[in-house]
Design a protein around this ligand. Structure first.
Ligand code: GRF
Length: 195
């Protein structure tokens, strides 16, 4: 049973998809803890599903490195096999990536390497593209630059706003994330090979 810790900053709809998948006894992974860098609305899912949660507020630390060190410390308590960044809007410092790699994956609402960074959906609309996508990657010390585990194209429709497009992307993202965790858990994907 793969031990997952999921890190969020926002609503946690991708986290919820993993929690719902874990309700199936046959799903070979369990979310053992949920972490956040702030008082994220998605922590409500932890409450609802009875999963321990912790917060390491980015703003409570003098610098990224000390924040990252505390985050790694708190993650270690749960002995995760895999840490999933899912709507986690903070860049981990290199030392944290080093400590967690290769059991560290991220979801991104674009077809990487297109539109990396914090505004992938907004950037796709601004670029006037007719298709973008969703990606699951292994986290490296760059910005959304790690090896791609799974990705799928998502259409951009006329009149799309950032919100309508992001909702359409999230539907794909959740499915890719659950499938990626399944593939990692059953050995179809070997992160050590990818990283
Ligand atoms: C997701 O699209 C994620 O890829 C991006 O922010 C969004 C978070 O959505 N970084 P949620 O918090 O999982 O609903």
């Amino acid at each position: 049973m793969l031990r997952l810790v999921v890190l969020i900053s926002g609503g946690g709809s991708n986290l919820r998809a993993l929690l719902e998948a874990s309700e199936d006894a046959a799903f070979p992974a369990r979310v053992v803890a949920i972490g956040a860098d702030r008082d994220a609305e998605g922590l409500a899912h932890a409450e609802e599903f009875g999963i321990p949660a912790f917060t390491v507020p980015f703003t409570a630390y003098p610098d990224r490195e000390s924040w990252g060190a505390e985050l790694v410390e708190q993650l270690g308590v749960w002995e995760p096999d895999l840490v999933v960044l899912s709507g986690f809007m903070r860049l981990l410092p290199p030392a944290a990536v080093e400590a967690l790699s290769p059991g560290l994956i991220n979801t991104h609402p674009a077809y990487l390497p297109e539109f990396p960074g914090a505004h992938g959906v907004r950037d796709a609309i601004a670029a006037g593209v007719t298709q973008t996508g969703a990606s699951v990657i292994v986290v490296d010390s760059g910005v959304d630059s790690g090896p791609i585990i799974a990705q799928e194209r998502v259409a951009v429709l006329p009149g799309d706003t950032e919100s309508t497009l992001h909702d359409r992307i999230k539907l794909v993202e959740r499915r890719l994330l659950v499938q990626s965790v399944l593939d990692i858990a059953d050995g179809t994907i070997d992160l050590k090979e990818l990283a």
